[in-house]
Design a protein around this ligand. Structure first.
Ligand code: BTN
Length: 214
């Protein structure tokens, strides 16, 4: 299926899939497709997040992987740029006063509950920008996620979110400094460096610890 007319990006749509990121990797490795393309699914059975951690992906969410060439996605803090794009789109659609924030590095929160996340992987020269958003609740939340997991609670179709996110990720070109500024507005922590790493300074102003951006 072809994507939005004004975006020249092929969109491949699945009902249920193991993982849109894993599928994108397979397409790239087998040369079945080259960037740009986007995979969207209604449900994932093997979704994963940072460090390969399991990412719960029931029906009612948006699960997408946008694949872009490194030329079109040159950011020092790539995960930060992607998180800002997702946060902006959700802020645009959530008009009931709930606050969208980013929890370093890649968690998207709505009023302190996690409603999404971003995972960026690279295959050759292509970036796979994996995004998950909990749009509506369709089943009971597993015990370990109760109190942590939130939902956008929207009547808008997942595709509207996907189209806007693709637009943000591809059309709005921010400098690395602007990415950092916008990220800080959503994240509100001190000590962030331009590449997204985090420096913790002690009371004497000395670097106490540096956390990597991945
Ligand atoms: C995280 O919270 O650690 C990031 C989660 C990213 C999940 C998305 S959902 C679409 C894509 N496919 C995956 O398997 N993971 C990413």
């Amino acid at each position: 299926m072809k994507g939005s007319e004004n975006l020249d990006i092929e969109i491949i749509k699945y009902g249920t899939i193991t993982s849109t990121n894993a599928c994108a990797k397979e397409f790239l490795k087998s040369c079945e497709r080259t960037a740009p393309f986007c995979i969207i699914a209604d449900k994932q059975t093997g979704g994963y997040g940072q460090a390969g951690r399991r990412y719960y992906c029931p029906q009612g969410g948006l699960y997408m992987s946008l694949v872009l060439s490194e030329k079109s996605f040159e950011y020092k803090f790539a995960a930060g740029f992607a998180a800002v794009c997702v946060a902006k789109v959700i802020s645009r659609f959530v008009t009931d006063g709930r606050q969208v924030t980013i929890k370093w590095i890649n968690d998207i929160n709505l009023d302190s509950r996690k409603i999404g996340g971003v995972l960026i992987e690279k295959v050759g020269t292509a970036f796979i920008i994996g995004i998950g958003i909990n749009l509506v609740q369709t089943e009971d939340i597993p015990c370990d996620l109760k109190g942590l997991m939130g939902f956008v609670d929207t009547t808008l179709p997942a595709r509207s979110f996907a189209d806007e996110i693709i637009r943000e990720l591809t059309l709005k070109i921010l400098t690395d400094e602007q990415v950092l500024t916008e990220y800080k507005e959503y994240c509100g922590i001190d000590g962030l460096n331009i590449d997204g790493s985090l420096s913790v300074i002690d009371v004497n102003g000395k670097l106490a610890k540096k956390f990597s951006n991945f």
